[in-house]
Write a new protein. Structure first.
Length: 459
């Protein structure tokens, strides 16, 4: 039975298919059950979750979205909610409590046992964007002076089989991190060897106060699936796994794409965001851009005399301003992405400026040439009559496109760097924002060039 068929049955209140899907097939991952719940309305998803056996509920809980998680906790008995939250892995538990605020967080904290409550309190004391908010405090440690055989026996007796057990950490008597050892090294070495003999002396780690973005960059740089997290004294406090880092990367890039499209970052997935919340997120930028575009009308009003004398100039306004906006959006996209990948920093502004000025001139020349040829062809094939001064008009379009495209690429490349300089997310220099800026200034460039070249002829 496929997802669509199960979803239809769930909506009708028939949860037997979900139970069969979750319990009858050992190859089904809890995330697939969560996907089933995601595909139906919230009230149906809650009832479907509650119909699952207790041992399955705990596994599925960490994969459903935060809105359903809160509903589950609110509508479960205190005993059941407490069991689910206390049985979560530490990183999933922290993720849940980081997503709830105020009174709601306080009431949910009362559902934890004292050990977990203290651990959550400690982690929540760190900034929202810190690595501490993602760590898993369940990790395996050993002493460097024991043999591999002794280490394996120690791990078997004292540690759970979980996602963090792929790498074992060597610590001293004070809990300070010495090195990390992949499990494969225990298997492929002689059991009589000491742990100290298989250390490579190189251990990449994160600090609790480092940002989530820094963690993503470090995982990418070193191709790791798990990294240890320490405090300022190098005491091992937890580990960060790649699945949590991938979630951070997805959230970060989703927000950047939304910002770049002229939308405030959504707090929840699109399908789970209420109509009025969606309107609010979109309206703010639309209003800002609309006000900005008003200056376009002001600019055209300023050149009203020129337009009234040569109405033909107005024919090319969409062509001119769209070319500038498009080139600016291209440049902004390239620079923002390069900065995101650490290929560029604000110190590279002069390199970027020189490169984009040359790029703008070249691209403007290409578009200007096409524009010039277009007017010449239309005039000589009698497809449109631009008048006896058509060559001057074509020259105006040619030079205007060079100037406007160059200005567009320069603006689009410099705005993200300026924003970064003032610690503002460069993604907020959205394509619509750059386009609006270039629209206004592009008109000024266009009509100024026209006033100079066409003076004494059609103007």
């Amino acid at each position: 039975m496929n997802l669509k068929e199960i979803s239809k049955k769930l909506i009708k209140g028939d949860f037997s298919s979900l139970l069969g899907f979750a319990n009858g097939n050992k190859n089904v991952h809890p995330s697939e059950v969560a996907k089933m719940l995601y595909s139906v309305p919230a009230d149906t998803a809650l009832k479907a979750f509650q119909s699952l056996p207790a041992n399955t509920q705990g596994k599925v809980f960490s994969y459903v979205d935060i809105l359903l998680q809160k509903d589950i906790v609110k509508h479960s008995t205190k005993q059941k909610a407490s069991h689910i939250l206390n049985e979560l892995s530490s990183d999933d538990r922290i993720a849940f409590y980081s997503s709830v605020k105020g009174v709601e967080r306080s009431s949910f904290l009362e559902l934890l046992n004292e050990k977990n409550k203290d651990a959550v309190h400690d982690i929540l004391g760190y900034p929202d964007n810190s690595v501490a908010r993602l760590i898993n405090t369940e990790f395996a440690t050993i002493d460097r002076e024991i043999t591999i055989a002794e280490a394996i026996e120690h791990l078997r007796k004292n540690h759970k089989d979980n996602e963090t057990a792929n790498v074992i950490y060597v610590v001293d008597k004070d809990g300070k991190l010495i090195d990390d050892i992949p499990v494969r090294r225990f298997i492929l070495n002689d059991p009589s060897k000491k742990v100290a003999d298989i250390l490579d002396g190189y251990c990449v780690s994160l600090k609790m106060t480092e940002t989530k973005e820094a963690a993503v960059a470090k995982f990418m740089e070193y191709d790791r699936v798990v990294l240890p997290v320490t405090n300022t004294d190098n005491v091992l406090l937890g580990v960060l796994t790649v699945d949590d880092v991938l979630d951070v990367a997805e959230q970060k890039y989703t927000k950047e794409i939304q910002n770049f499209g002229g939308v405030e970052g959504l707090d929840y997935p699109y399908v789970k965001t209420s109509f009025f919340a969606l309107i609010k997120k979109r309206a703010t930028w639309l209003i800002i851009l609309f006000v900005g575009e008003m200056f376009t009308a002001t600019a055209m009003g300023y050149f009203d005399a020129e337009i009234s004398k040569a109405v033909v100039l107005a024919l090319f306004v969409p062509l001119i301003i769209s070319s500038g906006g498009n080139s600016g959006s291209q440049a902004a996209t390239l620079i923002i992405r390069a900065m995101s990948l650490k290929e560029l920093t604000i110190k590279d502004w002069w390199f970027v400026m020189r490169r984009e000025i040359l790029s703008g001139l070249t691209l403007g020349f290409i578009l200007g040439t096409i524009g010039f040829i277009r007017i010449a062809v239309w005039q000589n094939l009698h497809l449109y009559n631009y008048g006896e001064h058509w060559a001057l008009l074509a020259t105006t379009i040619f030079l205007s496109l060079i100037g406007i495209v160059m200005w567009g690429t320069l603006s689009g490349s410099m705005i993200p760097i300026v924003l970064k300089k003032f610690n503002i997310d460069p993604a907020t220099s959205s394509a619509p924002l750059v386009a609006t800026l270039v629209d206004v200034t592009g008109l000024v460039i266009y009509f100024s060039i026209a006033a100079i070249i066409l003076k004494g002829t059609i103007l």
